[in-house]
Design a protein around this ligand. Structure first.
Ligand SMILES: NC(=O)c1ccc[n+]([C@@H]2O[C@H](COP(=O)([O-])OP(=O)(O)OC[C@H]3O[C@@H](n4cnc5c(N)ncnc54)[C@H](O)[C@@H]3O)[C@@H](O)[C@H]2O)c1
Ligand SMILES: [Zn+2]
Length: 350
């Protein structure tokens, strides 16, 4: 598994790490925002390199952008000794890593995550990929980066909405593995949160889980808590004006799946309430039209984590204790979404 370095000074540490690699060429992949806000921080300490920047956003995490990246790699003459740095959030890491892992059957890459979400989640664990035909992460591979450098100084330019999005994965880590961690999390306070401690703790939880089950044949599935229904929300609203950030969609998914946990895996009513209250405090209420519920449920059925027609969920037995492969019926999933809709509706009306 990849090593993770926590850096307090990326301008010092990055060149130091790069010196350890024998490389023919260096390529940096950014999106339009991280090109503007993050690349200037490291540009002058990097050895000779080429840069590729694509327009920011999940909407660009598709095959067309990959073709542009592979074209750039080819035109730059990258051979198998080239090294790629993915400088950006989860979209850059997933797609830049996927392009590196498939170019000439795989060249090496380093992740330099710049969003909270990619620091605590996306950069670690080797899952790479792109969206396809409206399905999230539908095409992809497992390949570890050479290393991950987590430098929280990049967060200074990250918009608050994006901090909040990344926070959903931190909350998830508490919910699935560590009740004390969850209960210590504060509802908002974007300015005064001590991110370094949370990032270290969350990366530790993710690494521990992935190390035990790198290819997701069992335990790793618990990291999908909130994601089966959350991805359906994310996909459904992808092209709409009510577009949801990944973490915002996962927060809704966690409420729905906490409801399923109460039904199917023993999460107590009190704990369901605690999870729901905390997530609604942080993420607010999102309005769901009744007419959209069926389409959202249908999107769950396309989720790649399901074998055949059975829909397996990772659900909580209690806060801090998650189990996996719990089959749920389409009716139960629909009820879970209706549960979210009803609590949101009430709040929006009052
Ligand atoms: N591979 C995995 O294990 C894994 C895990 C979780 C999520 N993901 C994927 O990650 C993606 C979501 O990641 P994300 O939320 O980082 O999305 P993202 O990469 O789109 O970044 C979010 C936004 O913040 C901007 N940004 C990032 N860092 C910045 C900085 N330091 N300053 C200013 N702007 C900055 C980006 O340009 C973008 O607009 C999804 O595609 C999701 O599927 C992957
Ligand atoms: Zn996620």
């Amino acid at each position: 598994m990849e090593s993770v370095l926590f850096s307090n000074n990326v301008r010092n540490d990055l060149p130091e790490i790069l010196r350890q690699f024998q490389l023919s060429r260096l390529g940096v992949i950014t999106d339009s925002n991280t090109f503007r806000d993050c690349y200037p921080l490291v540009k002058s300490v990097l050895p000779d390199h080429a840069v590729f920047s694509f327009p920011a956003g999940e909407i660009n995490k598709h095959l067309g952008t990959c073709q542009d990246i592979w074209t750039w790699m080819t035109e730059e003459g990258f051979d198998r000794k080239a090294l790629i740095i993915n400088l950006g959030g989860g979209v850059t890491g997933d797609m830049g890593g996927f392009c590196a892992a498939t170019y000439k059957r795989g060249i090496r890459f380093i992740n330099l995550p710049t969003s909270l979400l990619s620091m605590v989640d996306a950069s670690v664990g080797g899952k790479l990929g792109i969206d396809f035909k409206g399905f999230k992460n539908h095409i992809g591979v497992f390949t570890d980066p050479e290393t991950v450098i987590v430098a929280s100084e990049f967060l200074k330019t990250l918009p608050h909405a994006e901090l909040r999005s990344g926070y959903a994965e931190i909350i998830k880590h508490g919910l699935i593995q560590d009740a004390t961690y969850f209960s210590g999390l504060k509802p908002v306070e974007w300015e005064s949160q001590v991110w370094d401690a949370l990032i270290r703790k969350s990366v530790g939880i993710k690494k521990r889980v992935v190390e035990q089950d790198p290819k997701e044949s069992g335990l790793r599935k618990i990291l999908n808590f909130g994601h089966t229904i959350g991805h359906a929300f994310e996909s459904f609203y992808l092209d709409s004006a009510k577009h949801l950030l990944h973490g915002e969609a996962i927060a809704i998914g966690m409420i729905c799946e906490a409801w399923l946990s109460n039904r199917k895996s023993g999460l107590s009513a009190d704990q369901l309430q605690a999870v729901t209250d905390f997530l609604l405090t942080v993420y607010g209420h999102f309005e769901v039209n009744s007419g959209d519920i069926e389409s959202i449920v249908n999107l769950c059925l396309q989720d790649k984590k399901n074998v055949g027609a059975t829909l397996n969920f990772s659900l909580l037995r209690a806060i801090g204790d998650c189990t996996y492969d719990i089959p749920c019926s389409v009716e139960e999933i629909s009820e879970a979404v209706q549960f979210y809709q009803s609590i949101s509706q009430k709040a929006l009306k009052s």
